[in-house]
Design a protein. Structure first.
Length: 283
């Protein structure tokens, strides 16, 4: 059964096609409907739900045939009825779209300049991150958010395993988040995951230069049908995060990641470096 986010994206793709065939712009339709330009963008990207009345007005304005209107209304209802499996974790509003789209993705590419990517973190490492620092998570949410992060990692081993390509600087392997024992366990997991068929892990060696322009973390999500579901990007940090849907901006992130991948050690050499870092840990 398709997830609600996938259904929303299909609905949005159909609305975009109808609008483009009509020659109308998002801004024009927004003014007619009394909605902002951003609302139209979000509907077409499947980022936000559309109400029954807004959909009816929009389809009437686009002169959609009756059978098309019926099909799209059924799709809207199906998307709205889908209860997110992430509701129980009490995730912040900004994170819910990210994990939802991550469920539908077939590939994720991620760059983390300071920390181990969330999809590769151990439970102890994730817990230490949530409990530390000025912006530490309220204790009542720590366990749930860590559990959510571990659940996200199931995509790497399910019946349709997510392809993950991660690039991290060598310094990440030396930052003892949670202490030496936690770091050793984290390095062991990175080494193990670096040999998985659906995981490509590359390390930017400390002596490499030229990647200062990528000072922030970012992730791109890629879907099975890129024409219907174009790639998305996202950033996240201690104060929150946000999705990026503008095609030009996402293309820039994809190009930045490709540059970082070219500068990083090969996956094989990265695995060797991880083994060396793990062997150097005490105990």
């Amino acid at each position: 059964m398709a997830s609600s986010s996938a259904q929303l994206r299909r609905l949005g793709a159909e609305l975009r096609k109808l609008r483009e065939r009509s020659g109308r712009t998002q801004g024009d339709l927004g003014r007619v409907l009394g909605r902002t330009h951003a609302s139209l963008v979000n509907w077409e990207r499947g980022k936000t739900k559309i109400s029954k009345s807004d959909l009816a007005y929009l389809l009437a304005e686009l002169r959609a045939p009756a059978e098309v209107r019926k099909g799209l209304e059924e799709l809207r209802v199906a998307a709205n009825q889908g209860r997110s499996p992430w509701a129980m974790f009490g995730l912040p509003d900004w994170l819910r779209p990210i994990v939802s789209f991550e469920e539908d993705a077939v590939e994720v590419k991620t760059f983390e300049p300071v920390l181990v990517p969330g999809l590769l973190q151990t439970e102890d490492y994730a817990k230490a991150l949530h409990e530390a620092g000025r912006h530490k998570v309220d204790p009542e949410f720590v366990e749930r958010w860590v559990a959510a992060r571990m659940r996200r990692q199931l995509r790497l081993v399910d019946h349709r395993p997510l392809r993950l390509h991660a690039v991290i600087p060598e310094a990440v392997l030396q930052l003892a988040v949670g202490g030496p024992k936690v770091l050793k366990g984290q390095l062991a997991k990175l080494h193990r995951m670096s040999t998985a068929e659906n995981v490509t892990l590359q390390v930017l060696a400390a002596d490499r230069s030229g990647y200062g322009g990528a000072a922030s973390n970012f992730m791109t999500l890629h879907f099975e049908d890129p024409e219907q579901d174009p790639p998305l990007g996202c950033f996240d940090g201690p104060l929150g995060g946000y999705m990026i849907s503008d095609e030009g901006d996402v293309a820039t992130l994809v190009a930045m990641f490709d540059d970082l991948s070219q500068m990083a050690l090969s996956p094989e050499d990265s695995t060797e470096l991880l083994a060396k870092a793990l062997a150097e840990q005490p105990g």
